[in-house]
Design a binder for this molecule. Structure first.
Ligand SMILES: *Cc1c(COP(=O)(O)O)cnc(C)c1O
Length: 388
């Protein structure tokens, strides 16, 4: 039997122990965490929609109309009009024939790869892809090959020289969750075509945030369903709610409805959540000022950080991605920096292995359209005190 206490002790010694700050009140730029008022630079509520009055009102109206829970899986009797309409809106938003709701992004990735990949198929995943993509490949029984981060040339030679039996999948984040950089989708699309491989992009951090009208990394590169047949998006980040979706062709979505086990064997999201996300999607689509404000805040931070000599990566896109990693190296150093910030009323997570590769523990700094310039300046001052 596994020695639980010993394992936990080791985790502490390795400085990898995780604990959960407790929030009182909604997600916002300023939150109350473990009783302390803090400015938070660590949520994924990029557009400031998680507590938007129109989104909260849509949730409340949805609850009055549909009640609290969906009561069943989508295939039995849990698929409400609210879910159905949200799927239609997501299809229109992504410019794809169909979209299918999942309860979480983790499940969307498990479901999509699980329904398509057969035992022995090959999945080529960017080394820094989200854990759910890697787990999806493993659960599908596929052979998982992790290629060096954003290295299309390496991927090309591995595809070219590898065994071409069975299906091959290239899977990647659109915007990388812990690094804020973009996958070279233009090159991956060409590679997938040449090598007759599926291309699956998880754009959890791009949709709503970058690209024309918030159409994400695919919008940024101008790619459609013929270029990237499988697109995964999440609804708990820029869209401020919960859940996720896969968007693609009619045949893809019907296949997932028939075969994706994390779709079939789970209770549908509460319909009220679908109502809230529909409202948030509309705001994300129409209120371009949120993306502009967010970009201005990120650029202000980037300028200030470079002036301080902090090693932040140069932005790759205009507008810039609201995820800025400040890599400090060891887990100890990352924890110390996060603690020092917390003492100054700023909450930022210390992201450590195995979430990121060993030796690259970091402060993952994220921004929201709900932040003010003063809050960004306060962050810069605090970083100057503790890191410079
Ligand atoms: C957050 C995230 C997920 C998981 O989505 P949830 O809805 O939170 O389960 C999947 N992929 C990426 C890239 C993510 O950042």
């Amino acid at each position: 039997m596994i020695d639980l206490e010993g394992r936990l002790r080791q985790r502490r010694l390795d400085r990898l122990y995780r604990s959960r700050p407790v929030l009182d009140g909604p997600q916002a730029a300023e939150i109350v965490v473990d009783g302390q008022r803090c400015v938070a630079f660590c949520s994924n509520d990029y557009l400031g929609l998680a507590n938007h009055p129109a989104v909260v009102a849509a949730l409340a109206r949805g609850a009055e109309r549909y009640g609290a829970g969906s009561g069943a899986s989508h295939l039995i009797c849990g698929h409400s009009r609210a879910h159905h309409e949200l799927e239609e809106r997501l299809a229109a938003f992504t410019g794809r024939p169909r979209a299918l709701l999942f309860s979480t992004g983790y499940m969307a990735n498990l479901g999509a790869l699980g329904a398509l990949a057969q035992r022995g198929d090959r999945v080529y995943a960017d080394r820094l892809s989200h854990a759910s993509l890697l787990d999806a490949a493993r659960l599908a029984g596929a052979r998982l090959h992790r290629y060096p981060h954003n290295d299309a040339a390496q991927l090309h030679s591995r595809l070219r020289d590898g065994d071409a039996d069975g299906q091959r999948f290239i899977v990647t984040d659109g915007v990388f969750s812990m690094d804020g950089d973009l996958a070279p989708l233009d090159r991956l699309v060409a590679l997938a075509r040449e090598q007759r491989a599926w291309l699956m992009v998880d754009d959890a951090h791009g949709l709503g945030v970058i690209g024309p009208g918030g159409t994400g990394t695919l919008g940024h590169y101008g790619l459609g369903v013929d270029d990237v047949p499988i697109l995964v998006g999440t609804l708990g980040k820029a869209f401020g709610g919960a859940g996720a979706f896969v968007a693609g062709s009619e045949a893809l979505i019907e296949t997932l409805i028939q075969f994706a086990r994390p779709y079939i064997y789970t209770t549908a999201l509460p319909p009220a959540v679908a109502c809230a996300v529909s409202a948030a999607l509309e705001l994300a689509r129409t209120e371009g000022w949120r993306r502009e404000k967010l970009a201005a805040l990120v650029e202000r931070f980037q300028r200030g950080a470079r002036q301080l000599g902090l090693a932040v990566p140069a932005p790759e896109t205009a507008p810039a991605v609201p995820i800025v990693p400040l890599i400090v190296g060891g887990s100890d150093a990352a924890l110390a920096a996060a603690d020092a910030l917390r003492k100054r009323g700023i909450l930022i997570g210390a992201i450590r292995p195995p979430t990121v590769p060993p030796g690259s523990a970091r402060l993952r700094i994220t921004f929201s359209a709900g932040h003010t310039e003063e809050q960004v300046d306060r962050l810069l001052e605090a970083l100057a005190e503790i890191l410079c």
